[in-house]
Write a protein that binds this ligand. Structure first.
Ligand SMILES: C[S@@+](CC[C@H](N)C(=O)[O-])C[C@H]1O[C@@H](n2cnc3c(N)ncnc32)[C@H](O)[C@@H]1O
Length: 315
């Protein structure tokens, strides 16, 4: 994987970093890495139907729409993607847009937690960048991805950083030394963030930290198998890390694997849901999912209140 820890930490996950770095790390770099990973297997997205699950602000999709020239690219996210904000970011970054609007092949659709509003077998490729560590119920969503993929379809997933790895908190701005999830309790983490950060950003990033599903590389692969996928290609990101004493109990694969990129294809039928443990092999479990949902709702409404009380205030 070409994203090293430092680039990824400063560009991909740093909430307070220079917006141009954020834009370029998605528009050029993330989109480029997706194209390159497919191209390594002789796959071109040109002229095909592509979905991005967990598209966020849509910057990567804008980059993909331009670089890969798919016939159609739909970004799905449980939070609506702000097209105007995306256009504004693109203009600020000096991106040339035909007709000064978003490309005609690019669309954004708000999805449900485990529901993608799309027809069966309506996409040739599904991509997901930096989303699977945030998804509360990975297996049901993977089953849904399988449903919307054609039988020959290919799923690309990138995940960085895994929860147990150095920057697994996604809070590198406040804890550049890493492993804050093992060095500090939540109270200390929140207080450190509140001491130095915009309150809305702190609320959003702390909530994102608390609701991480803590999935590991092995659990991601197990989830894919359970949902009826076979991993056909895999690249793990492993960098040298200094392990603090508080994290010394972790398995090498947990502490040492910071990211993954993979291609998966349909294999057989998805295993039927047979209860909470089978459908959610990660930390959350059903109760955890309910708690995380409540937390997300609370933070969403707190953020909405902050946004309406601040003139022009979204990140
Ligand atoms: C860290 S952001 C990554 C966004 C974008 N892919 C990027 O790289 O900037 C994770 C995104 O996943 C979205 N997400 C979380 N759970 C989801 C779900 N079940 N279905 C679709 N999107 C989800 C979040 O709303 C968020 O926008």
């Amino acid at each position: 994987m070409s994203v090293d820890n430092e680039t990824a930490a400063s560009g991909h996950y740093s909430g307070t970093s220079d917006p141009t770095i954020w834009f370029r790390s998605h528009f050029d770099q993330a989109a480029g890495e997706i194209v390159e990973f497919f191209a390594g297997d002789g796959i071109s997205l040109k002229g095909s139907r592509v979905a991005d699950v967990g598209c966020g602000d849509g910057i990567t999709d804008l980059g993909l729409a331009q670089q890969a020239e798919p016939a159609r690219l739909v970004g799905f996210d449980i939070r609506p993607t702000d097209r105007e904000h995306l256009l504004e970011l693109a203009r600020q970054a000096g991106v040339e847009l035909p007709g000064d609007g978003l490309p005609a092949n690019l669309d954004f659709i708000t999805s449900g937690e485990v529901r993608l509003p799309a027809e069966d077998r309506s996409f040739d490729y599904v991509v997901s960048w930096s989303a699977f560590e945030h998804i509360l119920e990975p297996v049901p969503l993977l089953r849904e991805i399988r449903r919307i993929l054609t039988d020959e379809g290919v799923l690309f997933i990138q995940l960085w950083p895994f929860y147990h790895s150095m920057h697994g908190t996604h809070l590198v701005d406040w804890f550049p030394e890493g492993f804050a999830q093992y060095r500090h309790d939540d109270e200390h983490i929140l207080a450190t963030m509140q001491a130095d950060g915009d309150p809305a950003l702190v609320a959003e990033m702390f909530q994102a930290y608390q609701t991480l599903n803590r999935i590991t590389a092995d659990e991601l692969l197990a989830s894919l198998r359970q949902a009826g996928f076979r991993v056909a290609k895999l690249a793990l990101q492993t960098d040298a890390v200094h392990i603090p004493e508080q994290a010394s109990h972790l398995a090498a694969s947990q502490v040492g694997i910071s990211g993954i990129k993979l291609l998966a294809v349909k294999a057989g039928e998805p295993a039927p849901p047979v209860g909470a443990a089978a459908s959610t092999p990660v930390r959350a479990g059903r109760k955890g999912v309910r708690v995380a949902r409540r937390l997300l709702q609370r933070t969403d409404s707190a953020l909405a209140r902050l946004e309406t009380s601040r003139p022009g205030g979204s990140r």
